[in-house]
Each structure stands twice: as C-alpha cells, then as structure tokens.
Design a protein around this ligand. Structure first.
Ligand code: ADP
Ligand code: MG
Length: 405
C-alpha cells in the first residue's frame, strides 16, 4: 500500500493536475511511460486532470471540494505548483486548504522544487526522467514535510504566495527570455544565461531586508521566524502552533484541519492568508532595524527559499524546505562577464557562495523589500512573471505541506 494512504482513511485519493505543454510538451507521455504503473502498483487511486489553459489548475483548486482529496499533485514544472499554491491561498478556508499535502512530478523545463526535494534527501543529483521516477517514488511513499511559503506584496496591493524564488535583474530576465528555448528542456536556463551574458546590463534599485537571527537574540525574531520549536506558550497559543504541532505527528490526518480557537490578529481584513507581521506598507520607509543595502546598481537580486533554481542550478545549497529563511543573494554592478560566468558555472555544483567575489553577497533574511528605479524591467516569482515595481516579501515558515521524502 502507498504511504500517502498510510495515515488517512482509505482509499487515499490524489488529484493529479498535468500541464500538457510543460517542458518539451511531453508531460502526458512521460506520465504514462514512467509514473502511471508506479501509482497503480502502490494502489494509489488518482484522478488525472489535464489543464487546458493557464490558471485552469488555479481555478480548479480554488473551487474544489477538498474533502474529496488527500493530496494534490502536479505533473509539470514549478509554474503549475505556483497555480495550485495560490489557488489554495485564495480560498476562504485557506488555513485548512493549504495543509493539503502537495505532490510534485517533474514534467516541466523548470523543475526546481523536484530537484530541491531530491537534494534534501541526500541523493546523488539526477535530472530528466530519472528525477521524475525518483519523485514518483516519493509520491508513492507519501512522507509529508512542511514547506515554507513567502508572501509577496506588490504596489497594487496584490499578494502572492511563493515557495521558490523572487528574482529581479539577470535571473528574472533569463527566467522569462528562456521560455522561447523550452524545446531544449531544462537546458533552457544555461542557454538563456549565455545569451544574457552577451547583453549584460545594470539594474538600478533599492534593496533592504530584515536579517534572520537566531531565536531569542532579537525582539523580533520570535515573531519573524514563526519557528515551531522553542516558541513560548503565550506566543504559541496566539499563533496557533498547537494545531500545527499536532500535524507534525499526523501529517495527513484530518485533525490538522480542526477548528482553530484563536486566530491571529489581522492587519488587512480584506486580504486572505496570514498577516505579514514584519512588513510595513510599501509607501512607508522600512523599519529602522532593517538593513538597507548601500548600493543601488545591481546585476541581480535573487531571494531563494529552496536549494535549487533549476535542475542543475543550486542557488542556495544550505536551504531547507522549512528553515524559515529567505536566502538572499545579490550581485552588485562592477562584476566582470568572466566572473559572472564563473559564478553561474559554480552554481551548477552549489559552490558559488565560497568564491570570494566581492560583488557577490549572500545573507539570510526573514523579509525584504525591493524598489526598482529602472523604468522597465522584469520581476519573477517562482519563475513566473509578475507586475514590475516595488515589491516586498516575508517568509511564513511551514505554512504548506509537501510530499517530499
Ligand atoms: P515549465 O517548467 O515547462 O515552464 P510550468 O509548470 O512552469 O512548466 O508551466 C508553464 C506555464 O504554463 C505556467 O505559467 C503555467 O501556469 C501555464 N499552464 C499550465 N497549464 C497550461 C495549459 N494547459 N496551457 C497553457 N499554459 C498552461
Ligand atoms: Mg515554469
């Protein structure tokens, strides 16, 4: 019997959403040839739904009767998972809905979450169909981990939930420009990087962040980490950690979805999702204890919350699914093309942060704000294009659940 079923009333039911256009357009064929039998042999009943257009999965998940499903899985790249996560967070019952275990079958060209999960298990790096098969096993095994989500707030007051990255400058440009090379699959990022290197440019903007600190060393750290360990009881009750801790023991058990006696105080009543306790409105200066970066000319700003940015790009090797940390990497202007190329080549092994290049900065943060000054540009969230302009974000530790072990 499959592990997904192990801790829930049987039968365990998986809603599998498949984007037929993801990757090289072979996701459905790959599912049939590599995963279908595995699920059957593990006796995991699933319903396969092929998405028909962008945001189809997001709408389905927003409206779905979640009591019918024990897990929601995607067969695509990170973009379809982004739809599922945001669909869940757009529901009135987001607090329960987002605890639905999510499964990932890499069928896209950007499979960063799948590659990260694989990396966290301590397995040798693999790509393509091998990664797909390994993730298929993980789905069958059904071990549920917690997953940090970062809320991203735009000037239009739109708010998104992100599990992977926020990028501006070089990386964001490559994310979007490389869409046209999707016929080469995961290699599209390497190709896009080489093309972008040839037309390297500087991006002007202001960057500030709230540094991550060890719990207890800073008055804001308890609130900011939302850590599930070492939280005093008084804080624990107001943020409902007790309910979460119950989930840790029975990750798929329905008691996760029990009513919460105490809800956190909401600062923006109309906005769904947890309040962003670390952020002040975008039109106000950042809080005094934030760090304001003393440089306005950047080549890239990348906030990563998982180890991988793509199957063969390990941007934040130290990252874990639920470390409550935004791994902030930025590269300031003045770096040579050769040094930038070396940086990306080193990123294939995850050794780029120890190269001692003075233009490359890596800090751990809980929240950040980015205010681009260049009139035009690209910002991506989890590899997806979002509105260009000032943006801020804060991590919400362990908000979601991922079948990842
Ligand atoms: P890839 O890694 O290959 O880019 P993604 O999962 O990121 O795969 O999907 C790419 C984009 O396609 C995402 O923006 C997603 O929302 C969108 N999408 C999902 N289903 C469909 C569909 N049926 N037709 C067109 N676009 C889709
Ligand atoms: Mg994508």
């Amino acid at each position: 019997t499959g592990g997904v079923c192990a801790e829930v009333k049987s039968p365990c039911r998986v809603l599998l959403l498949l984007n037929p256009l993801s990757g090289k357009g072979q996701a459905h064929t790959l599912f049939t040839s590599h995963v279908q039998r595995m699920l059957q042999e593990a006796s995991i009943p699933y319903t396969l739904t092929i998405t028909e257009r962008q945001n189809h999965a997001r709408e389905l998940v927003r409206e779905a009767d979640l009591s019918q499903w024990d897990a929601l899985a995607i067969m695509s790249g990170d973009g379809l998972l982004f739809e599922v996560v945001n669909g869940l967070m757009e529901r009135d019952d987001w607090e329960e809905a987002i605890k639905t275990p999510l499964g990932v079958l890499p069928g896209g060209s950007g499979n960063a979450v799948a590659a990260s999960m694989h990396h966290y298990c301590g397995l040798q790096p693999v790509s393509g169909e091998e990664l797909l098969v390994n993730c298929g096993f993980m789905l069958c095994k059904g071990l549920v981990s917690r997953l940090d989500l970062t809320s991203v707030c735009m000037a239009s007051s739109q708010r998104l939930f992100s599990f992977l990255s926020l990028a501006w400058g070089f990386v964001a440009d490559v994310d979007i420009e490389s869409e046209k090379y999707r016929h080469v699959g995961a290699a599209r990022f390497t190709l896009g990087t080489l093309v972008r290197l040839a037309s390297l440019r500087i991006y002007q903007g202001k960057l500030s962040y709230l540094p991550a600190e060890e719990p207890g060393t800073h008055p804001c750290s308890i609130e900011s980490t939302e850590s599930l360990t070492n939280v005093p009881q008084s804080i624990s009750s107001s943020l409902d950690y007790a309910n979460d801790l119950q989930c840790q023991n029975h990750p798929l058990h329905n008691s996760c979805n029990s009513n919460n006696a105490l809800k956190p105080k909401r600062t923006h009543p109309s906005v769904l999702g947890p309040p962003d306790s670390l952020l002040v409105p975008l039109d106000q200066p950042v809080p005094a204890h934030w760090t304001v970066v003393n440089e306005e000319n950047f080549v890239l700003v990348l906030a990563a919350y998982q180890s991988h940015l793509a199957e063969d790009l390990i941007a934040a090797p130290a990252s874990r699914l639920e470390d409550g940390v935004i791994h902030l990497i930025y590269v300031t202007a003045g770096i040579s093309r050769a040094a930038l190329l070396r940086l990306f080549l080193a990123m294939e092994k995850g050794t780029h942060l120890s190269t001692n290049c003075p233009n490359v900065v890596y800090v751990k943060a809980r929240a950040l704000r980015l205010e681009p000054l260049s009139p035009k540009g690209t910002i991506t969230v989890d590899g997806e294009l979002v509105e260009y302009g000032p943006v801020q974000a804060q991590v919400h530790s362990s908000l979601a659940r991922l079948i990842a072990g």
